[in-house]
Design a protein around this ligand. Structure first.
Ligand code: DGL
Length: 265
């Protein structure tokens, strides 16, 4: 039997996984959560596959032993598309990953031209090629790496205003590709990017719809924990690697998501 106080662990390289946590709170408001941000290694998207896999497997192994989560959600496209299989191989805990929302995007595009914004590491993964082949056959999927959006989301959550040229560059990176003017649907294939939907919407000029995986992931977690009881008496805590645990702006960013303390690993 799963203990009612056993947490769901949500893991990302930074604040991006909060977009998944927000959806999860709507479905499971009583679920205790530990939110983990590996800020010491952010951004994952600029690292090699081997570095990301080693880091994610190592950290999740330590966290699973220490906190005995009932389920782990890798709320990061970069980490999931690279390391999901490996993490599942080494841990007994149920693992939910985050993969680019190509399937729902393919279902709603009218022009048949889909854009995908992700990190450098995500857009080169075979995992993405396979999703494209499986779900977007007969459609065009144009990819663009927008690593600056990760930093922009981190800055925005800490109260800073990101440089608007970052969003213009992301839109231009897709629009300037052959067929790019017909894009009507953009997959936000990094959990940080939905935090910038307004800015991206303005940069794309309002003619595109954005799709991300957060809601689907929350439903998957709710499905896998069906029948379990949850006992969440107080605010949850976050674990943040690196040197930013004491940053009051970070704690303020976490508070609306029901997180009241930040701890070190
Ligand atoms: N939030 C992460 C993702 O979904 C990655 C950001 C990064 O560390 O590069 O891809």
């Amino acid at each position: 039997m799963v203990e009612p106080t056993a947490p769901i662990l949500i893991f990302d390289s930074g604040v991006g996984g909060l977009t998944v946590l927000a959806e999860l709170r709507k479905l499971l408001p009583d679920a205790p959560v530990i939110y983990v941000a590996d800020e010491a290694a952010l951004p994952y998207g600029d690292k090699s596959e081997a570095e990301i896999a080693a880091r994610v497997c190592g950290l999740l192994g330590r966290l699973a032993e220490r906190y005995h989560p009932r389920l782990i959600c890798i709320a990061c496209n970069t980490a999931s598309t690279i390391a999901l299989g490996m993490v599942r191989d080494v841990l007994e805990t149920p693992i939910v990953g985050t993969v680019p929302a190509i399937k729902p995007a393919a279902a709603i595009t009218k022009t048949g031209v889909i854009g995908l914004l992700g990190t450098k590491a995500t857009i080169r993964q075979a995992y993405v090629d396979n999703l494209e082949a499986e779900f977007a056959g007969g459609k065009a999927l144009l990819r663009f790496a927008a690593p600056e959006l990760v930093g922009a989301a981190e800055d925005k959550l800490r109260g800073a205003t990101p440089d608007p040229s970052i969003f213009a560059k992301a839109a231009e990176g897709l629009r300037s590709q052959p067929g790019g003017e017909d894009i009507d649907t953009v997959v936000l294939a990094c959990t940080h990017f939905p935090l910038l939907k307004d800015e991206l919407g303005a940069a794309f000029g309002g003619q595109v719809q954005f799709v991300d995986g957060a809601q689907g992931i929350a439903h998957r977690i709710a499905y896998l924990t069906q029948g379990q009881s949850f006992d969440r008496q107080a605010d949850d805590f976050a674990i943040v690697t690196g040197n930013d645990q004491g940053n009051p702006a970070l704690l303020e960013a976490f508070r609306p998501f029901g997180i009241g303390r930040i701890l070190r690993l």
